[in-house]
Design a protein around this ligand. Sequence first.
Ligand SMILES: *[C@@H]1O[C@H](CO)[C@@H](O)[C@H](O)[C@H]1NC(C)=O
Ligand SMILES: *[C@@H]1O[C@H](CO)[C@@H](O)[C@H](O)[C@H]1NC(C)=O
Ligand SMILES: *[C@@H]1O[C@H](CO)[C@@H](O)[C@H](O)[C@H]1NC(C)=O
Length: 334
Amino acid sequence: MQPPHLLLFLFLPILLPGMWADPEAEPQVIQYLLTGLFANISSAEVSCVGLMGDIPILTVHPANWSTHFHWPWVSQAAAEGDAEKIMSQYKIALRNIVRFVHDTVQQTRQHYPLVVQFRAGCLLYPNTTSQGFLNFGWGGRDLVDFEVDKQYWEARQPSQVAELVSKSLNEKKSVRVLLEHFLSIWICQSHFLTLKRYGRATLERQELPVATVFARTPSLDQLLLVCHVTGFYPRPISVAWLRDGLEVPPGPALHTSPILPNADLTYQLRSVLAVAPRDGHSYVCRVRHQSLGTLSLLIPWENRSAAPTVSITIVALLLLATASAGGFWWWKHR
Ligand SMILES: *[C@@H]1O[C@H](CO)[C@@H](O)[C@H](O)[C@H]1NC(C)=O
Ligand SMILES: *[C@@H]1O[C@H](CO)[C@@H](O)[C@H](O)[C@H]1NC(C)=O
Ligand SMILES: *[C@@H]1O[C@H](CO)[C@@H](O)[C@H](O)[C@H]1NC(C)=O
């Protein structure tokens, strides 16, 4: 343990303001994904999931088309306003979709088995504008999209199926008007806001990242420093290596894994830095995340007896983070 270094790590969090990707800058998404497997002319297996960002909100069972709500607040939201009316109608819509797909297969002499996909929902931007969307995929490719502003179906591929489908869907003016209202007024405004209101605790949940630093020695002349970060929510995070206090820029020595989901709706990733053993530099893994506020988690790699130092530093940082947050709160509300 090196006391001067430890002290420096304790004060760095205050000096380094948070710069993780601001989740407010990303649009929020609500979407319903429908997949239909058509094995032959007399069969259709339809399943549907609803997602709010990365949080599943409901599932429609393929066997009996009954709805399963993943959270109590989703069923509360589904009982309010027009949602109840829409919930009582969705099986009719599913039956119409199944009939439409079978009819299209007949008319264009397509072959079974066939998979179709629908994706409907809304993007809510930070500037409070929103954009409804509805896409229809056929055999794994985009077929037609509904242009909400124009109330018009556009073909997404130069094929007979896309032409026929967009033509026959565009003939139904009343359905186009209904779809526009459904997407831009109902989903984008009332449904989105109701879900956000009832589901605040789930949707705004924050989980602190837990970070550990360790080393691997694949060969005598190379050391891989691994910073493993897990248990955090929401997904946006920034993980960087500092060499003597300066951020290591992207390059062949630095490899950061994709962000992977854990089973408990948190995420993990690892950042690996290749260095020469005993190169005389100090290395620190820096983690920034919404749950840490403006502070950073700094985990030094210690060449000797790493484990106790790491955990002590993390505990110290978290204590400091809590104390600073309390102080800031006191200062603001005084
Ligand atoms: C149609 O497909 C379903 C599901 O795979 C199967 O159970 C059924 O026997 C098939 N029917 C015909 C007429 O091939
Ligand atoms: C529908 O099917 C699912 C899965 O097979 C089952 O768990 C559920 O109880 C069924 N619901 C109804 C209302 O029959
Ligand atoms: C809001 O943001 C979106 C996406 O960045 C953009 O397309 C749209 O034009 C913006 N609207 C206004 C009114 O600024």
